[in-house]
Ligand binder design. Sequence first.
Ligand SMILES: Cc1ncc(COP(=O)(O)O)c(C=O)c1O
Length: 356
Amino acid sequence: MEHLVNQQIISLNPKLAGPPKGENTIRLDKGELPYPPSAHVIKAIVDATATINRYPAVLGGFLRQSLANYTGAKPEQIIIGNGSDDLIELIIKVFVKPTEEVLLPIPTFFVYWHSTQVMGGNTVLVNRSEDWGLDIDSLLQKVTPRTKVLFIANPNNPTANLVSRDTILKVLNNVNCIVVVDECYYEICQETVADLVEQHPNLIILRSLSKSFGLAGMRVGYAIANETIIDYLYRAAQLFPVNKLAIVAAIAALEDMEYVRSNIEKICQERAKLTSNLEKLGLLVYPSATNFLFIRTQSLGIPSAKLVEALRARNILVQDFGLKPGLDAYYFRTAVGTPSENQQLLLGLKDAIAKF
Ligand SMILES: Cc1ncc(COP(=O)(O)O)c(C=O)c1O
């Protein structure tokens, strides 16, 4: 059988379901919003179930107009996908031929790497600077005629930092490839370069409804770019990439911005409290423009994998980044949870640290 499988797929790791997550598991490993959707969103989903015998509208139906109203872009400048993960793969499918290059400043979001592998492209990795900013000179040195796409997560996952608009402009003014600026956390940091798509036809902005809008389980993401790019992306996309319940949930969530803003306010308050309490435990916490914190454990002399394992034993899940590309053995990431989840995380860490 293996001789029939594309070579680049054979070299990928199998996906593991992981242990079942019980009711009491504290899930801080996936960067999710800890609050449920609003009653308005739930009602929209329930109402739409009556017509799920019908396919969803092509091109996302009214959601495209709702996103145009929300972003200020034209509907023709927007494509909707099954989460922004889906759009990352679609961008690579449209622009990268096997063996062509995708440039990644690392550490960064692993899906850029994974989707490039799946499509048979080559990833070219460039280390970020010590403060996790972009090392523009090193980055530009790696650009070749084979470079088709550069991904900049802004803010970056897992490092949680933003790079400035000036830095992004410098990149745009020096490369000809597609530049994807992934603004998955836009509502939290309020920084965007979406207004630059008019002047820069090679710029694609990625957004998500998974984080600030709390719809991670629904899978809705979108991209903003000039009409030509959007047209090509839609040509290659599936006919119905976003399901009907996700479309109505997204429209309803966009109608309920007050709820979104109040959740973000709670997350930002908790983020400040959690940061200072983690620092009191002797950990280094990087400034965050997101709903998660990136943490260095080296000052305690404890590799992050050990702390993450000790937390898991207490049913608290955080994401280990020790020894991931561009990192040494001392990093992990935690979402900002509810006050009680954050409290349990702190207690778990205090206990684990005391035992080492
Ligand atoms: C930078 C970045 N981009 C994209 C995504 C994926 O978002 P979605 O749930 O819309 O696929 C994430 C999720 O963690 C992320 O951190």
